[in-house]
Write a protein that binds this ligand. Structure first.
Ligand code: BES
Ligand code: MN
Ligand code: ZN
Length: 467
């Protein structure tokens, strides 16, 4: 499905956004006195999320008030709800609406983006009622930018929500091809035994027991300028391999291609905006299923990576870093200006920061701050964790260069990130996002299910990062 605004030419009803004042709601003076009185009689206080439908002079529906709560204080950290307007989008009756006022301190673009986010439905397998209320995009906003961001988010959600029965490596490749075709990008896919011939041994080892052959998807967008390479973990299903996951841990593992979904979503946004033309954008997605079969890789196996270091497999469930390592090594060979990996890499990340906040790793203080600030400013929060040098020893086993699953389980997100960093070094800057990619319970603008993470943080940081 695609994000849409209401036709600005069609008639629409006014939606007033109202702050809760100290003693009474700050109902704008343009609201008819009769309607304002009606709202007060209804007990409308302007508290966050409160909706009050207003009568027209003829006794029909004339508009609505929506509460935003008290005015935020300057410098206040994000409130409880990421998308203030999304609740109104879901609750308003069918029809077209326009924002009738511009309350102080409201990030209008973000509010409107939340409306588009709330409109998302995953209806591939079941008819689901569409959201009835449509918003006229406020004139002062960049409509195309909002649509492009929402389209990237929708794409990521769709890809994650689609179960492995319909989103194996074949279908993930098809989704990548569709994106490439839509935007005039070139795509190359190295599949099956060719991975061995072309020296991607770890992608092959992890994916060879899957129902569909493992592969590396490589997309290049037409453009000139600094090189930006995005690498996304595309584990279409993660059983854990021979170190099989217990049922509760396996239940959500269709989302283990969330990193791939997010880099595809971000590329969709960049390409819709034509931003790819001022850079050399490349996407790399190792697409595999971490399956179980006689030919599955085993605990104790020692793999030789594309880059050279040997890796002792101490847990077949730490598969993401193996496939990413070979993809990152390839990316790094052409020394991009900025190399970014996104991956549902560790359970430890979820334990540390929860589903809302993705750990970000980046050695460059300035770039890390830029990304973190952009994320906070654009309702896409990420939080920096360190590539903690002293923990390097934890990923060095006795009989190989690297250990994919250090025992002890200390700092699991950090040791995974350190493992990935070993396969970079030529890139001018490397940033890694250990995302969750899933909204566990519905929140305004964020239905339960697949979720984008880090896309807008990166999008808004890019001008700075690539300059
Ligand atoms: N895909 C999982 C990580 C994951 C689990 C992400 C749950 C989000 C939610 C990854 O492949 C994995 O299984 N990692 C292991 C690594 C461990 C064996 C070193 C983990 O985090 O438990
Ligand atoms: Mn795993
Ligand atoms: Zn995994």
């Amino acid at each position: 499905m695609i994000p849409e605004f209401a036709d600005p030419e069609a008639p629409s009803l006014p939606l007033w956004l109202v702050r809760a004042g100290d003693s009474a709601p700050e109902i704008p003076s343009e609201v008819e006195p009769l309607a304002a009185n009606w709202a007060k009689a209804q007990g409308f206080s302007g508290k966050p999320g409160q909706l009050c439908l207003l009568p027209s002079a003829e006794g029909g529906l004339g508009g609505a008030l929506f509460g935003l709560g008290p005015q935020p204080k300057a410098g206040e950290t994000p409130g409880r709800e990421r998308f203030p307007l999304a609740r109104a989008a879901a609750a308003l009756p069918a029809g077209n609406w326009h924002l009738a006022n511009r309350p102080q301190g409201l990030d209008l673009a973000q509010a409107v983006l939340g409306w588009l986010f709330a409109q998302y439905r995953f209806d591939r397998y079941k008819r689901i009622e569409a959201q009835a209320a449509r918003l006229v995009c406020p004139q002062e906003l960049d409509r195309e930018r909002l649509i492009a961001m929402a389209a990237g988010e929708y794409l990521a959600r769709d890809l994650i929500n689609t179960p492995a029965s319909d989103m194996g490596p074949d279908e993930l490749e098809q989704a990548a091809r569709n994106l490439a075709i839509r935007h005039g990008a070139g795509i190359e896919v190295i599949r099956g035994d060719d991975l061995i011939a072309r020296n991607f041994p770890m992608i092959h080892a992890v994916g060879r027991a899957g129902a569909q052959p493992p592969r590396l998807i490589d997309i290049r967008f037409p453009g000139t300028g600094p090189r930006l390479t995005l690498v996304g973990k595309g584990v279409c299903f993660d059983t854990g391999g021979l170190d099989i996951k217990p049922p509760a841990s396996m239940a959500l593992m269709k989302k283990d291609m969330g990193g791939a979904a997010n880099v595809l979503g971000l590329a969709e946004t960049l390409a819709r905006l034509g931003l790819h033309r001022d850079m050399q954008l490349r996407l790399l997605i190792p697409a595999v299923e971490n399956g179980i079969s006689a030919n599955a890789f085993r605990p104790g196996d020692i793999l030789t990576s594309r880059k050279g270091p040997t890796v002792e497999v101490n847990n077949t469930d730490a598969e993401g870093r193996l496939v990413l390592a070979d993809a990152l090594a390839l990316a790094d060979e052409e020394a991009p200006d900025l190399l970014i990996s996104m991956a549902t890499l560790t359970g430890a990340a979820r334990v540390a920061l929860g589903p809302d906040l993705a750990p970000l790793f980046c050695d460059d203080d300035g770039s890390a701050a830029t990304i973190q600030h952009a994320g906070l400013a654009h309702a896409d929060p990420v939080w920096r964790l360190p590539f903690w040098e002293p923990y390097e020893a934890m990923i060095e086993p006795a009989i190989a260069d690297l250990d994919n699953a250090p025992s002890g389980g200390f700092a699991g997100a950090i040791t995974a990130a350190l493992f990935l960093r070993r396969f970079t070094g030529q890139a001018r800057c490397y940033a890694h996002f250990d995302i969750y990619g899933w909204q566990p319970a519905a929140a305004p603008g964020r239905p339960k299910g697949g979720a984008g993470q880090g896309m807008r943080a990166i999008l808004h940081a890019l001008p700075d990062l690539l300059s």
